[in-house]
Design a protein around this ligand. Structure first.
Ligand code: GLU
Length: 508
């Protein structure tokens, strides 16, 4: 029987969710939705030493902001809970013991100091120490110690770990959906710790047990987990769960915008772009990180950009709604080579989403900026401004800041612009223009353009000679859209008020 597709996003709450993590969540989500399956959120918090308070909430909030709705898991619930591994602690021991019993795992009593000494000793001879078939025969574990001694140590509550017994000299041919066949030589792999005597499983054990119990069909995760694949597959075999073993897909790395290597959170700070979906303050260091949300990105744009980091639709189309992505997404269009992150392209996506927004909706986004300054909000006026101006911007904040002059008269005039455009005689010329402006009643673009152009022609003046100082008077700087648009929007009264003020203020 075909199993229902079930995938999980399984982050460890060790800090803010990097955009690579969001991409992993996104690809899981898209795969689930494309296949009519479930998208689970499991929190892998077995490593208490790396636990960061607030990280779990951050992950949940980030997924929400991105619109990636979780079907089952932490914060949602479901039949296979609990979904936080620290709350599943009691489940894992029995599985670890099952492997000891079946001979796939063993107790190891070596102390950290002993192992350290061995490592150093090997290094001094230019060798690498691996805890596996090469060395396990000489070490303090239940494979070598007499059974009574093992029992005595266990009874005395000595510190121990349970290790997986990695087979020797096996050429493992494994299958990854994205990479195809991948080969591993088991002799190069170590006997990973599965369980510790403090009652906590390690990532490997908890991950496999939970994927099995939660009926996960596909494991889609970052490339950094590819080296764990042989152990994971061998664990499935050891448990006798091969029939329902999930398929694996390891996603390509996200690379730095310039140079080589994986995109790190430091790159963002260095190059001025966020690597996190939302702002994050590290509780340990107080260090604050930018977020796409607070920096003014639309979640749709952020998601669209992420979708194309490693996946392509096979066409030239670049703009996709989340629904379109769900419809189109397949793992066979995910490439295996790294995907270069491009902060400029991310801005471009935001621009595309900004200009595609209905003007009324954009106006609503401008509203809080006006309100923060105690300026009145006129929905129709703001929508008109958005329609006129949006082509130029990638962010609502920039649009607002550049368009402030529509809402409030300039309090100062940019010096270099006044120097350039207010010359001898300009004040007189502007006074004459003011009379013309006063005489006009219909401030529509078409009408003011007609009347003022006729006046300019009549006086045999250059267009720029009039319009440039006019612009500086109304806007405060030599910038902005067409002046006839500006005065149509601000209206007659405000135009006259600004002109009078400028004429009084200007030296020339
Ligand atoms: N807890 C792992 C992580 O933080 C999950 C890896 C996996 O998906 O198996 O990425």
């Amino acid at each position: 029987m075909e199993r229902k597709v079930r995938v999980r996003f399984a982050p460890s709450p060790t800090g803010a969710l990097h955009l690579g993590g969001v991409r992993t969540a996104l690809f899981n989500y898209l795969f689930a939705k494309h296949n009519g399956g479930d998208f689970l959120l499991r929190i892998e918090d077995t490593d208490q030493t790396r636990y960061v308070p607030g990280a779990e909430e951050y992950i949940i909030e980030s997924l929400k902001w991105c619109g990636l709705t979780v079907d089952e898991g932490v914060g949602v619930g479901g039949e296979y809970g609990p979904y936080r591994q620290s709350e599943r602690k009691d489940i894992y021991k029995k599985y670890a013991l099952q492997l000891v019993e079946s001979g796939h795992a063993y107790y190891s009593f070596d102390t950290a100091e002993e192992l350290d000494a061995l490592r150093k000793d090997c290094e001094s001879r230019g060798e690498t120490f691996i805890y596996n078939a090469a060395n396990r025969g000489k070490l303090k574990n239940s494979l070598n110690l007499p059974a009574e001694e093992v029992q005595r140590l266990l009874d005395s509550e000595a510190h121990y770990v349970i290790r997986f017994k990695m087979p020797e000299h096996e050429d493992l041919k494994l299958y990854d959906i994205i990479r195809g066949e991948v080969h591993f030589n088991s002799s190069l792999l170590d006997d990973k710790v599965l369980y510790k005597s403090d009652g906590m499983p390690t990532y490997h054990l908890a991950n496999i047990v939970d994927d099995h119990l939660m009926k996960i069909t596909h494991v889609i995760r970052g490339e950094e987990w590819l080296p764990s694949l042989p152990l994971h597959v061998l664990l499935y075999k050891a448990f006798g769960w091969e029939d329902t073993m999930p398929e694996f897909a390891h996603l390509p790395l996200i690379l730095k915008p310039v140079g080589n290597g994986k995109l790190s959170k430091r790159d963002g700070n260095k190059m001025g772009f966020p690597v996190f979906p939302m702002e994050f303050t590290d509780p340990a260091t107080g260090e604050k990180w930018h977020g796409y949300k607070e920096d003014g990105y639309f979640p749709e744009a952020f998601i669209n950009m992420l979708a194309l980091l490693g996946w392509n639709p096979g066409t030239d189309q670049e703009i996709f709604s989340l629904q379109e992505l769900c419809d189109l997404f397949t793992l066979d269009r995910v490439k295996k080579s790294g995907a270069k992150f491009d902060p400029e392209k991310t801005k471009w996506f935001n621009h595309k989403y900004l200009i595609a927004k209905p003007d009324e909706e954009l106006a609503e986004l401008v509203r809080p900026y006006l309100e923060a300054e105690g300026l009145p909000y006129d929905a129709r006026k703001v929508a008109r401004i958005c329609a006129l101006m949006k082509e130029r911007y990638s962010f609502v904040k920039d649009l607002y800041e550049d368009c402030r002059f529509f809402f409030t008269a300039p309090t100062e005039f940019v010096e270099k612009d006044t120097k350039k455009y207010w010359k001898e005689g300009t004040r007189e010329l502007m006074s004459e223009l003011l009379d013309v402006l006063k005489s006009i009643d219909d401030y529509s673009f078409a009408n003011t353009e007609k009347v003022i152009s006729a006046w300019i022609t009549d006086k045999q003046l250059g267009f720029g000679k009039v319009m440039n100082p006019f612009r500086v008077a109304i806007i405060g700087a030599a910038k902005g859209p067409h002046m006839f648009d500006v005065i149509e929007i601000i209206g007659k009264e405000e135009t006259i008020r600004r002109m009078e003020k400028a004429i009084a203020a200007m030296q020339a």
